[in-house]
Design a protein around this ligand. Structure first.
Ligand code: BGC
Length: 387
């Protein structure tokens, strides 16, 4: 009798374990690397009366992107290395709370209303001066402390490949004029591209410069350095900056400087060169002006690969420029995913953009958006392996 009772308990327990270990949402693709169920749970919250979630995109070859509608942040991007090992190549945190507690970090985020710096946190448009939040010394950086990176976006996951995010930035938010309606579409294609389409319209003249601020390490996130990566940037000119990283006038030639990446060069080769611009940037933290065939053409801007994993990333954009930032301000104090300390130069960013401080430097391509006009840009990060 006792034996029968024992067998019944075992049977019930076995059934229970089988049921609970089944994925909660069986319509979802089974995750190769990302533990979808656990990770999604770490992002479920209500922030500013809006629901935050994590969305997983996955393509035919198993490339995965995990994106939250909190700041539109890419929190993981998993791609195959030269041996087929799936590798997470973006820095970030393990849960939503970490992002909220470190609101000054931009890991993986959508940046707006204005990517990079605006000098002295102010600009004039049509004779009126607008005062922005200064969050980088006297300058405004990446849209201010409550820029788009710290806002909850409305999200619709169209299918396993596409996530559509929308956000309305109110007139006066962080000091900017006009109600700006923004849409960003992330698409993970079967050609191993993470494609980002940006759109915006306004009801008053304003300035707009949207980008994504993924921090990459193609050796795998948490690896100590990116200075061994080989980088090409299709740019004959870059913006020299002052000591507060504001462009000091019109772009200058890269010829004969550490800024010449027109053919593949190790990021670390001249990163500590005795050059005033390297000193001002504490390494690379500069706007590179792309050599474009067509002003708004979707053209290759940069290419970077790891000599360790072979992971290759090509960047295509319709934008005129790209900010190459070599992670100079990372100092090991931020502890990211899998308890990795993010040390000095343990990531790089390639942020496609219009030039920093364009609202104040009128010889730069304009960033003004007028009512009735549509802001529209596309950037693609495509992944492969270097043979
Ligand atoms: C800026 C850096 C800044 C970094 C913050 C880059 O776009 O140019 O100066 O420290 O973003 O993540």
């Amino acid at each position: 009798m006792k034996k029968l009772h024992f067998l019944a308990v075992i049977t019930v327990l076995t059934l229970f374990v089988q049921c609970t270990s089944r994925p909660a949402d069986t319509t979802e693709p089974s995750a190769a690397v990302i533990d979808t169920t656990a990770l999604k749970a770490a992002y479920e919250a209500t922030v500013n009366e809006k629901q935050v979630h994590l969305y997983i995109l996955r393509n035919a070859s198993g490339v995965e992107a995990a994106i939250t509608n909190y700041g539109g942040r890419v929190v993981a991007l998993v791609v195959p290395d030269k041996n087929g090992v799936m590798t997470d190549i973006t820095l970030g945190y393990d849960s939503l709370n970490h992002y909220r507690n470190r609101s000054e970090t931009y890991f993986g985020a959508l940046i707006g209303r204005y990517g990079n710096r605006i000098a002295k946190a102010k600009f004039s448009l049509n004779g009126k001066t607008y005062q922005l939040s200064a969050n980088n010394g006297v300058n405004s950086l990446h849209g201010g402390p409550m820029g788009f990176h710290n806002q909850v976006w409305d999200a619709v996951q169209k299918d396993g490949h596409t996530l559509e995010l929308s956000y309305t930035s109110k007139d006066g938010e962080e000091g900017y004029p006009g109600n700006l309606t923004v849409k960003v579409i992330y698409t993970l294609t079967d050609a191993n591209e993470l494609k980002i389409d940006y759109e915006a319209t306004t009801d008053q003249p304003t300035v707009v410069n949207l980008t994504n601020h993924a921090y990459f390490n193609l050796n795998g996130q948490g690896d100590t350095t990116i200075t061994d990566h080989m980088l090409t940037i299709n740019a004959s000119k870059y913006s020299a900056v002052d000591s507060t990283l504001i462009p000091a006038g019109d772009p200058v030639t890269v010829e004969g400087t550490p800024f010449d990446f027109r053919t593949a060069k190790q990021i670390g080769k001249e990163i500590n060169a005795d050059h005033v611009q390297i000193k001002n940037g504490l390494g690379y933290d500069h706007n590179f002006v792309l050599d474009k065939k067509q002003a708004n053409g979707l053209e290759k801007a940069a290419s970077v690969y790891s000599t360790v994993t072979g992971i290759l990333m090509d960047v295509y954009t319709t934008e005129p420029a790209i900010q190459f930032y070599s992670g100079n301000f990372l100092d090991g104090k931020l502890i990211g995913k899998k308890q990795k300390a993010y040390g000095h130069r343990s990531a790089f960013c390639l942020e496609t953009q219009h030039y920093p401080d364009a609202p104040n430097q009128l010889s730069f391509p304009s960033t003004t958006l007028e009512p009735g006009k549509k802001y529209q840009t596309t950037t693609i990060y495509q992944f492969g392996v270097q043979k």
